[in-house]
Design a protein around this ligand. Structure first.
Ligand code: NAD
Length: 246
C-alpha cells in the first residue's frame, strides 16, 4: 500500500554510494512549462482525437492533418522554457553521472534544454523526422509542414513522417530500458497518469525484483499508484528539487 501524502512530509532521497536511480518522466513534468498533458483535454490532445493524430492509421488517412498537428506542437514547444523540475534532473545527472538513468515518454526537448545530456526518448522526439517506409536513420528537423505539397519526400519516394512513436508502434530503446530497470535501486516516476503501456508497467517490473524503492511524483495519485511505495503529491517544479535535496 503506497504512502500518499503532500511532498513536504517526505525527506530527500539519501542515496548511498553506488546506488542507481531510474527516472521515468511523463507529460506532467512539462505542464508547468506550458505544454498541455493528455489528461487536460478529456481524452483529446490539443482538441484532436488521439487516433487521428497519433496512430499509423491516422497518418495513412490524413497525413496533412498529422503534419499540421506536429507543426503546431513544434511551434509551441519552441516557445516553452524548461522548469525547475527539468533543471533539478539535469543537476542530479551532473552529480550522479551514469548512476542516473533518465527515460522520458515526452517528445518535447525540455530535458535537453535544461542541460540533461543522456535522455532516452522512448516515444520519439518532436524535433526529429524519419521516412515512412525505410528503416533509414532519423534526422533533426525543425520544419513546419502545412499542406500536402509541403510534406517532404525521402530519396526512396516515401513521405517524411514525424519521429514520434504512435499508438500501436514499438517504443524506442526497450533493451537499454530493461537493463537500467534491472540495475536500479530507486525507481521514480514524475507526472505520468500510469495508463500508457509499457511505461506504466515499469514500476511493477522493478517491484517483482524486490529491494527497490518506488516513488511517484505529481499532484494526484496515478492509476498505478498501488505499485508505488510513496506518492509525493505536489507540482513537479517543487517536488523534484526537494526529492534530490536541492
Ligand atoms: P498524461 O497526460 O496521461 O498524464 C499527465 C499526468 O501529469 C497526470 O497524471 C497529471 O496528474 C500529471 N501532472 C499534471 N500537472 C503536473 C505537474 N505540475 N507536475 C507533475 N505532474 C503533473 O501523460 P503521460 O502519462 O505522460 O502519457 C501521455 C502520452 O502522451 C505519453 O506517451 C507522451 O508521449 C504523450 N504526450 C507528451 C507530451 C510532451 O511531450 N510534453 C505532452 C502530452 C502528451
Amino acid at each position: 500500500m503506497a504512502r500518499v501524502a503532500p511532498f513536504d512530509r517526505f525527506s530527500a532521497l539519501a542515496l548511498t554510494e553506488g546506488e542507481r536511480v531510474f527516472v521515468l518522466t511523463g507529460a506532467g513534468i512539462s505542464a508547468e512549462s506550458g505544454i498541455r498533458t493528455f489528461r487536460d483535454g478529456n481524452g483529446l490532445w490539443e482538441e484532436h482525437r488521439v487516433e487521428d493524430v497519433a496512430s499509423p492509421e491516422g497518418w495513412q488517412r490524413d497525413p496533412v492533418l498529422v503534419w499540421r498537428f506536429y507543426a503546431e506542437r513544434r511551434a509551441q514547444a519552441a516557445t516553452c522554457p524548461p522548469n525547475a523540475a527539468h533543471a533539478a534532473l539535469a543537476k542530479a545527472e551532473a552529480n550522479l553521472g551514469d548512476r542516473l538513468f533518465l527515460c522520458t515518454q515526452n517528445v518535447d526537448p525540455l530535458h535537453e534544454r535544461a542541460g540533461s545530456r543522456r535522455v532516452l526518448h522512448m516515444h520519439g522526439e518532436l524535433f526529429r523526422s524519419r521516412c515512412e517506409n525505410e528503416d533509414a536513420p532519423d534526422f533533426a528537423d525543425e520544419g513546419t509542414y502545412f499542406g500536402a505539397e509541403a510534406i517532404p519526400r525521402c530519396a526512396c519516394g516515401g513521405r517524411v513522417r514525424p519521429h514520434i512513436v504512435w499508438f500501436g508502434e514499438m517504443p524506442m530503446g526497450l533493451a537499454a530500458i530493461a537493463e537500467a530497470l534491472d540495475r536500479c535501486n530507486v525507481f521514480v516516476t514524475i507526472g505520468s497518469s500510469g495508463v500508457v503501456y509499457p511505461a506504466a508497467g515499469f514500476v511493477r517490473q522493478v517491484r517483482q525484483r524486490g529491494g527497490v524503492r518506488t516513488i511517484y511524483v505529481g499532484p494526484e495519485a496515478p492509476e498505478n499508484a498501488g505499485a508505488f511505495d510513496e506518492c509525493r503529491l505536489g507540482p513537479a517544479s517543487q517536488v523534484v528539487p526537494a526529492l534530490f535535496g536541492f
